[in-house]
Design a protein around this ligand. Structure first.
Ligand code: SF4
Length: 295
């Protein structure tokens, strides 16, 4: 092993419920993320990732994953990329995510993946191949649609404009692809004007859904990192957090009830799905119908 690798004992973790995008398993090839989002929840102590901003990969991950996929009687949807973006800068060089997709395809599994990186478009052919037999859900996460705001709070990852282009490319290739609007940062990205801009841009590229969270989590190491970063970006905003944050796990966006109301209205008007149950149904439905035909 070298300094960029760790040894994995298990790759596929069975989920307790399928509430999150219908996933039955989760997995990661990487630990840590070098995208530099100042608010990242994965810095929290509960994830136990030391040196979070430096990425390491699981050296034996592909071999182990191959064995585990082979041993599963029931195929399912694998959630990939939570707590560590599967399209980090190391993946651009070593391409492990592409190899994971090939394994999922060979073993007949589906995938649900969230990323902030337009590098995903490199692997469109693999997603199309999986989609022939199993559900594929591709989610691009956003906190804002405005490039200059994102450049300050998500420093080393594709700009929102590049993510919208990536969504368009996925949709042009017939892939199911939407947006995770989270976190919405109090005092920074929680104005209706910004949110409406994002919804309209999502509509232009024909995103299948927008799944929102009107606020952010804040705890231990994540909070410390975020508050320090805010001090460097804007002292007045940092002061607002110090004043109004009540030491709770979830810090809601300002006027979140009104925001939520406006969000649902505009999405409904434009035909954009935002309820989790509907998102899951829409991307899994074609395969369930196929199974019903078989039996
Ligand atoms: S891309 Fe995701 S995992 Fe990576 S730093 Fe940003 S929020 Fe965290």
């Amino acid at each position: 092993m070298n300094s960029k690798t760790v040894e994995a004992r298990q790759m596929l973790i069975k989920t307790k419920t399928t509430d999150w995008f219908g996933t039955e398993y989760t997995m990661n090839m990487y630990r840590g993320c070098d995208h530099g989002c100042i608010y990242c929840d994965s810095r929290s102590e509960c994830y136990q990732i030391e040196n979070f901003d430096s990425v390491v990969y699981k050296e034996n991950g592909l071999v182990l994953l191959n064995q585990e996929l082979q041993s599963k009687r029931k195929k399912g949807i694998v959630g990939f990329g939570a707590a560590s973006d599967a399209y980090n800068h190391l993946d651009k060089k070593i391409g492990l995510t592409k190899k994971v997709l090939t394994l999922l395809d060979q073993h007949g599994f589906g995938i649900s993946l969230a990323t902030k990186s337009a590098i995903l478009t490199r692997d469109i052919a693999e997603y199309k191949q999986i989609q022939v037999h199993s559900p594929v859900n591709l989610g691009f996460s956003f906190s804002t649609s405005i490039d200059r705001v994102a450049a300050k709070i998500e420093r080393h990852v594709s700009l929102p404009s590049e993510r919208f282009q990536a969504i368009e490319a996925c949709k042009d290739n017939g892939l199911y692809c939407g947006i995770l609007l989270m976190p919405v940062l109090p005092y920074i990205t929680d104005s209706w004007k910004l949110m409406a801009d994002l919804i309209m841009k999502a509509h232009e590229v024909q995103a299948d859904y927008i799944y929102p969270m009107f606020g952010m989590t804040l705890r231990d190491r994540q909070k410390e990192h975020y508050f320090n970063a805010l001090q460097k970006i804007s002292k007045p905003i940092a002061d607002q957090y110090e004043k109004n944050y009540k030491n709770t796990y979830f810090f809601p966006a300002e006027n979140y009830e009104q925001l939520s109301y406006n969000f649902k209205n505009l999405c409904t008007k434009l035909g954009i799905v935002y309820e989790m149950s509907e998102i899951i149904t829409n991307y899994q439905k074609p395969y369930q119908i196929e199974q019903e035909r078989l039996f």
